[in-house]
Write a protein that binds this ligand. Structure first.
Ligand code: 0X9
Ligand code: ZN
Length: 338
């Protein structure tokens, strides 16, 4: 098809979703779960072959905030990896029948369409959403003693700072679970601004409402970010481990073994405070702590900093392939333990 190698402008992604929905209506339904601050549709692809009664479900978002499950604007590899997975599950149905028939997939390639678009049009390193924050003299924010940056990866400057307009909320700090306790900023000019209250943003509200409505069915929650090559498991807000930590580590290791087998890409596995930094109000913690989804993982995709957010296009397909291998391992486990 003309989408053989998808183009990754937001408009092309939305077109591809609509194309899948109309060309494979029995397999793919495109659901609009809400609107972003700037009124863009928030689209989720529901893949269900109907071959199994009451199958378990898996949610994947790219670029939630950040930039495939793309929550964070600048993390472009996330939406493209989500799309790669979506393509394998649909256009390559025959090859992947087992996991398509056994699972209901909910895939939201771009969870932060406004931030994704802004990172293309204006500021390549934009992370947050683009909502307008209540005006307050920005000087007032300078005195904040707790501002949080990308310390974990040793950033020397503050990516995504925007002292002029101070728009947007970090969609991975805005969820209603231990909101703003640690690793989140009060300051709307900072890249990790948590918002004025939990779920202040239409994007996080739409996603959490949708996931909650399907939480009984959902057995795994995967959110795609970049970069670092890590599989992170809860909790992010505390150094304590969840009761079923060993189960999450076990499946996480199996998933990463499948990933690494493909091209040898090394990944670390562990919690965010032990490998990166603590954060609270993040979607992975909420998915486990509030929605009760056992297997909740954040995948920090390629690379380890050579190119960082500016990953060359030649790595898109290899990243998609290895990540899909990990996702299939998780899917098979969830199918068998159901
Ligand atoms: O800081 C984040 O939101 C994620 N890293 S990123 O560079 N993509 O922004 C990590 C989130 C990991 N999960 C938790 N800490 N709960
Ligand atoms: Zn991110």
């Amino acid at each position: 098809t003309r989408y053989g190698l998808f183009s990754l402008l937001l408009s092309n992604i939305q077109e591809y979703l609509d194309y899948l929905g109309s060309s494979m209506p029995d397999l793919v339904k495109i659901i609009t779960i809400g609107k972003s601050s700037e009124n863009r549709p928030l689209k989720v692809a529901h893949i269900s072959s109907g071959k199994k009664k009451d199958p378990p479900a898996i949610w994947i978002d790219g670029g939630k905030f950040h930039y495939f499950l793309g929550v964070h604007g600048r993390e472009w590899i996330a939406p493209s990896t989500a799309l790669f997975i979506l393509k394998q599950l649909t256009e390559n149905y025959n090859t992947n029948k087992g996991v398509v028939d056994g699972i209901d997939w909910y895939i939201m390639p771009v969870a932060n369409p406004d931030g994704y678009e802004y990172s293309h049009s204006t500021d390549r390193l934009w992370r947050k959403s683009r909502s307008k924050n209540p005006s307050k003299r920005y000087d007032d924010y300078r005195s904040d003693d707790y501002n949080y940056y990308d310390e974990g990866r040793g950033a020397r400057f503050f990516w995504g700072d925007d002292p002029e307009n101070c728009q947007g909320v970090d969609l991975n700090r805005n969820w209603d679970f231990h909101w703003k306790e640690v690793g989140a900023s009060n300051n709307p000019c900072k890249p990790t601004f948590a918002g004025d209250r939990p779920f202040s943003e239409p994007e996080t509200r739409a996603m959490s409402d949708f996931i909650m409505d399907h939480s009984e069915q959902m057995k795994a929650y995967l959110t795609l970010h970049s970069y670092s090559q890590m599989l992170l498991l809860p909790w992010g807000y505390t150094k304590q481990n969840p009761k079923d930590y060993d189960d999450l580590m076990y499946l996480g290791r199996k998933a990463i073994e499948s990933l690494t087998r493909m091209y040898g890409t090394p990944y670390k596995i562990g919690t965010s405070p032990s490998l990166l930094y603590p954060t609270s109000g993040s979607s992975d913690d909420w998915a486990k702590g509030r929605a009760g989804i056992k297997y909740s993982y954040t995948l920090e995709l390629r690379d380890k900093g050579t190119f960082g957010f500016l990953l060359p296009a030649t790595q898109i397909v290899p990243t998609g392939r290895e990540t899909f291998a990990a996702v299939k391992t998780i899917a098979k486990h969830v199918m068998n333990s159901d």
